[in-house]
Design a protein around this ligand. Structure first.
Ligand code: PEP
Ligand code: MG
Length: 587
């Protein structure tokens, strides 16, 4: 075989879909459409705009066609990816800004459209939310398609592979991803991309391994190369030796039986070996994720990030739009609780379609975001609160505010909530009069005044993603200082303990809904500190539940106590990491 004559080379990327595959490469290189730039004669202006309309229509038809093919081959969930594409093509702001650009510059419509969509792509790329950042990919995908149609160029595609291949690409657009030849693609490797890219979603639905972020592998690889893709560890091995292949054959068998064990835990109760229940809930962003909450048997939703409803829409959703969305999740999961978090827009998550609402800021993480935005734009806030209250009549809803800095702010938000309750009473609309209202604890000032806040709140949910960033002064999306973002910093441990202790003194339950909750390594720490509930992305639930069932509350408490007396974040991490590895053996 060709592979044996060449040298083995190990490339590290990011694990995106689990599994192991070995096979020859199908190299797929995507390049941006080259755009000519020229002035359009004044008497050709109407024709130019008609050309644009025609390309939009053509693109729309192509997307609808792909969508129905995907629905047939992959199912309705995957087909819904293209709703986001259709929204881009129908986005009035994008279309009218392009025409305005054309009217002011008289440049050909390709140049104007490309310039305007680039602005949108940049705005989305800066959003501190992996899923929403990926929407930049949707806009880029649709833009490329419109440009190809304007220029009369046909794109490449991955829909017909000659034999079993590992697809290696610099990038894979959602339409490429959805049209991938499912009978022949055995793994996906991309230079760029993140764990939530569409290529990854498709790889997971096909149950094939995917590794992303391998930088410029597609530039160095040749079609004759053979690859081994380890989707568990995020490793790609170019031209592996016989020895490596043998080792991986064994690993593959072990991992398969371990995964089976994890999935078996899904059906079992989440209790420690000494009988203490640990409530595990799901974090969701979209209404159709209610299905995943059930599939992974989460105990309801611990964090519904509602920003997505706003960011995926070309306009601010109305009270009714939101009511329908919340109601569908609440009804689907009743009687399990759904914690709906009010809008956490602004700062690093501006709404591209309403830039006037979000002034440019030099310190967006310390700026006009979340509850600060809502308390200023009362009408937007009230529409959302009424929608949540109305949904509470259909199941069990708990409401929580993000980025609360202290008790006064919490009370200000609650005063608005009371006005909304009055509005609904006057309208004779049903809602849960006893709806529970909690605060996210993610700003150090809220953490330090947890004793005061606990007197006003029904529950706490600790947003460790933000809390750690503010405690340690580490921008959570800055790669350069990412290594300094340490959840096991003694300051973090102390603040977590303080929040839990103060809440418990007042009988208030504490959940953790930041990423820390989904990593089994931190489970004994959080449970040992007394955290009552953990909320995480649904597919991560089996591993956490498995680990809950493998530990004792008493030993978790001892470990947490030991960690609180230690000084080095790395040593504290090592303590929990080795405990995790000792307890959970992949064999
Ligand atoms: C957090 O900050 O931990 C959190 C869950 O909120 P988000 O990640 O949406 O800011
Ligand atoms: Mg947060």
């Amino acid at each position: 075989m060709e592979s044996r004559a060449k040298t083995e080379n190990i490339i590290h990327g990011i694990s995106a879909s689990q599994g192991i595959a070995y096979g020859p490469v199908f190299l797929y290189i995507q390049s941006d459409v080259e755009i000519p730039s020229y002035q359009v004669d004044p008497d050709k202006r109407i024709e130019e705009i008609a050309r644009f309309d025609h390309a939009l229509l053509e693109t729309r038809q192509q997307i609808t066609k792909i969508q129905s093919e995907v629905e047939k081959n992959l199912g309705p969930d995957e087909a819904r990816i293209f709703d986001a594409h259709l929204l881009v093509i129908e986005d009035q702001a994008l279309i009218s800004e392009t025409i305005r650009e054309f009217e002011t510059t008289s440049k050909n419509i390709e140049t104007c459209f490309s310039k305007v969509s680039q602005r949108y792509i940049e705005a989305f790329s800066k959003i501190d939310d992996e899923y929403l950042r990926e929407r930049a990919g949707d806009i880029r995908d649709v833009t490329q398609r419109v440009l190809q149609n304007l220029l009369g160029q046909a794109g490449q595609n991955l829909s017909r592979l000659a034999d079993k291949r590992i697809v290696v690409a610099n990038d894979i657009t959602p339409s490429d991803a959805a049209s991938i030849d499912r009978s022949q693609a055995i793994a996906i490797v991309t230079d760029s991309g993140s764990k939530t890219s569409h290529a990854v979603i498709v790889a997971r639905s096909m149950k094939i391994p995917a590794v992303v972020g391998v930088r410029d592998l597609s530039k160095h690889i040749k079609v004759a190369d053979w690859l081994l893709v380890d989707g568990y560890e995020g490793i790609v091995i170019l031209n592996p030796t016989e020895q490596t292949l043998f080792r991986y054959g064994k690993i593959q068998l072990q991992k398969k039986s371990f995964e089976q064990r994890l999935m078996e835990a899904t059906r079992l109760p989440s209790v420690t070996l000494d009988g203490s229940p640990v409530v595990l809930r799901a974090n969701i962003e979209k209404i159709d994720e209610a299905g995943l909450v059930k599939e992974y048997q989460a105990d309801g939703v611990g964090l519904f990030r509602t920003e997505f409803l706003y960011l995926s829409s070309p306009r601010i959703p109305t009270e009714d739009d939101q009511y329908q969305s919340y109601k569908s999740v609440v009804e689907a999961l009743a009687p399990a609780p759904v914690v709906i978090r009010t809008l956490d827009l602004g700062g690093d998550k501006p709404m591209a379609s309403n830039p006037e609402l979000f002034p440019q800021e030099s310190n967006p993480f310390l700026g006009f975001r979340a509850i600060r935005f809502c308390l200023e734009y009362r009408d937007i806030f009230k529409d959302q609160l009424r929608a949540i209250l109305r949904a509470s009549a259909h199941g069990r809803v708990q409401l929580m505010y993000p980025m609360i800095s202290g008790a006064e702010e919490f009370e200000r938000a609650n005063a608005v909530l009371e006005e909304c309750k009055d509005d609904l009473r006057k309208r004779g609309v049903a809602f849960d009069e006893a709806i529970e209202v909690g605060a996210m604890i993610e700003i150090p000032s809220a953490a330090m005044t947890a004793d005061i806040l606990a007197q006003k709140c029904d529950f706490f949910s600790i947003g460790t993603n933000d809390l750690i960033q503010y405690m340690l002064a580490i921008d959570r999306i800055n790669d350069r200082i990412a290594h300094l973002y340490e959840p096991t910093h003694p300051a973090v441990l102390r603040v977590l303990k303080q929040i839990v202790d103060e809440a418990h003194k007042q009988g208030v339950k504490v959940s953790v809904c930041g990423e820390m909750a989904s990593d089994p390594v931190y489970l004994p720490l959080l449970v040992g500190l007394g955290v009552d509930e953990l909320s995480m992305t649904p597919p991560l639930l089996p591993a956490v539940k498995y680990f809950v069932r493998a530990i004792r509350l008493e030993e978790a408490k001892k470990l947490a106590e030991q960690a609180l007396s230690m000084t080095s974040p790395k040593e504290i991490y090592a303590l929990f990491d080795s405990f995790c590895h000792e307890r959970v053996k992949v064999e």
